[in-house]
Design a protein around this ligand. Structure first.
Ligand code: CP
Length: 313
């Protein structure tokens, strides 16, 4: 595997391998036990959309393993002069870059980029398609908190239609044996999602019943593109995660949010910082998981070296 583009195409064995390494890297972070095993590798972060967590944690993960890191601001790069994604890939490859962690507003952008470079593309979010490292870090958090993923009841609540986090989690969690229920405004539930092995619940209360994990998502205002935008107060009334609603879940249920969150909208202000919340732990897990991903890709590419210029010129 040269690239990490999505969880749809990853096997359970590959996911397990990354999660096991993620747990080891979590211990290394806690103990400040960093290495230089990637000192001969270079990571570029290339984000065409805003990010705090994903970009910073890729950069920290690479530095924790001794890699060199270059961060490209697309707003001040030659992208602003009209350089295409493909030419950007070729340019970075010509500098000897090994990994490109990228985020792009267009669905499929990471897949396109991967075809035009021998560097390893790690998808940090492409349109409404996938955000695989977020789902992996979410699963890593569940694994640490619950000791397993297989058999967990996971409720995902919110704007499922526009959420690449939800899609990657659905692919990953169902592969790992979790039972996934989703709930949100009907305009934000993708048609045909029931064929992805999830249960769609009209009432959020039905999704939360006996849940081990509650994952709440923000409304992706930037992706509504002329579609229906609900009033936030109505959204909160019908789908907001409140203490009363959490009471329907298992007593030891954990509350997750990929961030950035809007306290008081999709999640009660205080609940986000309650004992049940693992939202900040998810952020720490994000660094550990991305360390595991960088190591995993290195091992894969060392084992199956890619020839230069796989694709047509
Ligand atoms: N969860 C997530 O992708 O956060 P950022 O947008 O801050 O990277």
């Amino acid at each position: 595997m040269k690239d990490l583009l999505g969880l749809r195409d990853m096997s359970r064995t590959e996911i397990e391998e990354i999660l096991d390494e993620g747990l080891r890297q979590y211990e290394n972070i806690i103990n400040r036990n960093f290495t230089d095993e990637l000192k001969d590798r270079t990571l570029v972060t290339l984000f065409y959309e805003p990010s705090t967590r994903t970009r910073a944690s890729f950069e920290l993960a690479a530095k924790n393993l001794g890699a060199r890191v270059v961060s490209i601001e697309t707003s001040t790069s030659s992208v602003r002069k009209g350089e295409s994604l493909i030419d950007t890939m070729r340019t970075l490859e010509s500098m000897g870059v090994d990994y490109i962690a990228m985020r792009h507003p267009m669905t499929g952008a990471a897949h396109l980029a991967a075809r035009f470079t021998t560097a390893s593309i790690i998808n940090g979010g492409d349109g409404i398609n996938e955000h695989p490292t977020q789902a992996l870090l979410d699963m890593l958090t569940m694994l640490k908190e619950k000791g397993r993923i297989d058999g967990l009841n996971v409720a995902i609540v919110g704007d499922i239609l526009h959420s690449r986090v939800a899609r990657s989690n659905i692919f990953g969690l169902t592969k790992m044996g979790a039972r996934v229920r989703i709930s949100g405004p009907s305009t934000m539930i993708p048609s045909g999602v029931e064929f992805m092995n999830v249960e769609v619940c009209e009432m959020v209360e039905d999704a939360l019943k006996d849940a081990d994990v509650i994952m709440t998502l923000r409304i992706q205002m930037e992706r509504q593109a002329g579609g229906f935008i609900p009033s936030l107060s109505e959204y909160t009334r019908f789908y907001g995660i409140t203490e009363k609603r959490v009471g329907l879940a298992r007593p030891d249920a954990i509350i997750m949010h990929p961030g950035p969150m809007n306290r008081g909208v999709e999640i009660d202000y205080c609940l986000a910082s309650s004992d049940a919340s693992v939202i900040e732990e998810q952020v720490t897990m994000g660094v550990a998981l991305r360390m595991a991903v960088l190591k995993f890709i290195r091992r894969e590419t060392d084992e199956y070296p890619y020839q230069k210029r796989l694709c047509c010129r």
